[in-house]
Design a protein around this ligand. Structure first.
Ligand SMILES: [Zn+2]
Length: 85
């Protein structure tokens, strides 16, 4: 028995289905990191439109390297430079 596994076939299938190859998450530019901007209340506002609050510290203190909403690399922008003190 012979099966056909050629990229050209897959390509044709995608085109038939509407031209979108594979799964694509909604409107995020995956080449850029997800910027988390902290406001003065300690809430982090993510680039992809969500908000998150850590009970202690920020993304780096909690070992968060990727945004849990969009899966991109996380870039933390703390409210104040220089950290706490
Ligand atoms: Zn994100």
């Amino acid at each position: 028995m012979r099966t056909r596994h050629s990229p050209a076939n897959q390509d044709r299938l995608y085109r038939a289905l509407g031209g979108q190859p594979a799964v694509r998450p909604p409107q995020v530019d995956r080449r850029k990191p997800c910027v988390w901007q902290q406001d003065e209340n300690g809430t982090w506002h993510t680039d992809c439109g969500n908000a998150f609050e850590f009970s202690d510290g920020g993304p780096s203190e909690n070992g968060a390297r990727y945004c849990q909403y969009c899966g991109r690399l996380l870039m933390a922008r703390p409210c104040r430079e220089g950290g706490r003190r």
